[in-house]
Design a protein around this ligand. Structure first.
Ligand code: GRG
Length: 322
């Protein structure tokens, strides 16, 4: 593939720089912990700043960069998606759903603040995402080192125009709603204790986890005014990386530990959930994830030199340990 790739060390630095940037943006965009009513704002920040990888916002930034956009004006949308992701985790951990005590290495939101506040934290995070997307959050100027010597920013920074913003809001709402993440979660709950076939499992994964990851790539592309061919490549990449991410998550749930994952491992087995390794075995599941990642990387050809970060992130998705 043309355009070279990032080694593990460069990728580690790249992910860390962007994680810090996303955290800084989130810190500025969110209400302060002691803002009234502080009971919810403290819990909200507890969940957001619990140490997530920030993979989704980093994908938004990387997609925009691949298409020649700049980070500054993509940050609010990237942060908004992280808020929606965090809401989904807070609600997923509730007793009525997966009933988990640990998340991101800490007691879950409802364990610390109670169920009512945890439900409201999820509601507030989802709402806050759309406040960010439709409002005028502070501009955070960012200068991060170029990824490769040949990388040049080709488009001047400009605020997303109203049409692009509307497209982004619609894209994210579709991905998070009942035909996206929520739909996947419904099928996940319904399949507990049942035999599940591969098409159902595929639906579940591509919706519960995949839809929001796909949206990250498309949102980055829209805000960078990506051309049609680039949008198609980002979509293809997002769909494959999204599914591979969840297959790997299934494997980690079998093989990982509380210390490594920051949450209790083995939860799928305990809840008798169908997973890719349960249906296909670990070896075939790993191969499937690997094939998806190869296809995702193939799709990046249209970006030439600019594919390096997205290519390396795709590899990271299958090699990660948490
Ligand atoms: C409650 C509407 C609603 C939806 C929940 C995403 C989801 C749907 C539930 C999460 C359950 C789960 C553990 C899914 C596996 C994939 C996944 C989303 C893992 C967590 O994402 P990471 O690894 O987490 O990116 P961090 O903490 O790094 O952000």
């Amino acid at each position: 593939m043309s355009g070279g790739s990032l080694g593990p060390e460069a990728l580690g630095q790249y992910l860390e720089e962007r994680r810090l940037l996303v955290d800084e943006a989130l810190g500025q965009y969110l209400p302060q912990a002691d803002d009234h009513p502080k009971e919810i704002h403290e819990a909200l920040r507890y969940s957001v700043f619990a140490g997530g990888k920030r993979l989704r916002p980093i994908l938004v930034l990387a997609a925009a960069e691949a298409a020649g956009g700049q980070l500054d004006h993509v940050l609010p949308a990237a942060a908004a998606i992280e808020l929606i992701h965090t809401y989904s985790l807070v609600h997923d951990d509730l007793p009525a759903m997966d009933d988990d005590d640990f998340r991101r290495g800490r007691p879950t939101c409802h364990k610390v603040y109670g169920e009512a506040i945890a439900i409201l934290v999820g509601d507030a995070l989802l709402t806050q995402a759309f406040i960010l997307l439709s409002g005028d959050p502070p501009l955070i100027h960012t200068v991060l080192p170029a990824l490769s010597p040949s990388e040049k920013v080709v488009r001047p920074p400009e605020k997303a125009n109203a049409e692009a913003r509307l497209r982004v809001i619609n894209e994210i709402a579709q991905a998070a709603g009942s035909k996206g993440m929520v739909g996947g979660q419904v099928v996940d709950i319904l399949q507990e204790d049942r035999e599940t076939d591969l098409p159902t499992l595929q639906y579940l994964h591509t919706h519960k986890t995949g839809a929001l990851i796909r949206a990250c790539l498309r949102v980055g592309g829209i805000l960078a005014s990506a051309e049609q061919e680039q949008m198609e490549a980002l979509t293809r990449y997002g769909e494959r990386v999204g599914l591979a991410f969840q297959i790997v998550d299934d494997i980690l749930d079998l093989e990982g530990s509380l210390e490594a994952l920051g949450k209790r491992a083995g939860s799928d087995l305990r809840k008798k959930k169908s997973t890719f390794p349960a249906l296909l075995g670990i070896v075939e599941s790993r191969q499937r994830a690997g094939r998806l990642i190869d296809e995702a990387k193939q799709a990046l050809m249209v970006f030439g030199d600019r594919q390096a970060a997205l290519g390396a992130i795709a590899d990271f998705v299958v090699t990660r340990r948490k």
